[in-house]
Design a protein around this ligand. Structure first.
Ligand code: S3P
Length: 161
């Protein structure tokens, strides 16, 4: 079984993917980290060189061509489900879990903004507005996930690895 964790930046996809993989005793794959190791560029550098459109092409290609083991947990980039037919592809090729979180909760968790080109240099107020607007655009994709969980509660449970 392949489990794809999706959701907005800062909702905890990478951490929860590691914890879930540990529990299921299977490998974890972080698609953003794969992009960094394959290209030798940070996500910010990739955006700067090829633009957002270039990044969307590359991450979609990575999603669909990665040699996944039969059982694994996959952390995806926050925008990935919203481009091309990536959401349908993930639903057709595995289980999808949306880690949902309120905008204000996301703001309080997004400390390292510089490494995320879409929100680099935003203060809390700008980021809150940005997240509210982006979620209007992205929720129709995210909510196509098979399972929707309240990621803030999940975090509070302190699911131990
Ligand atoms: C993005 C989220 C990032 C990364 C890129 C774009 C987005 O991943 O893919 O900066 O569009 O929401 P994380 O959700 O892991 O931060």
């Amino acid at each position: 079984m392949k489990v794809f964790l999706i959701g907005f930046m800062g909702c905890g996809k990478s951490t929860k993917a590691k914890q879930l993989a540990h529990r299921l005793n299977c490998p974890v794959i972080d698609l953003d980290a794969e992009i960094v190791s394959k290209t030798g560029k940070t996500i910010a550098e990739y955006f700067a060189e090829f633009g957002e459109a270039g990044f969307r092409n590359y991450e979609s290609e990575m999603l669909k061509t990665y040699p996944y083991p039969e059982n694994c947990v996959i952390a995806t980039g926050g925008g990935l489900p919203c481009f091309f037919n990536n959401m349908e592809w993930m639903n057709a090729n595995g289980e999808t879990v949306y880690l949902q979180m309120e905008p204000a909760q996301l703001v309080s968790r997004l400390h390292n903004r510089q490494k995320r080109p879409l929100i680099a240099n935003m203060d809390d107020e700008q980021l809150l507005e940005f997240i509210k607007l982006k979620l209007l655009e992205r929720d129709p994709f995210y909510t196509q996930a098979r399972v929707v969980v309240n990621a803030f509660d999940l975090d509070a449970e302190k699911l131990e690895a």
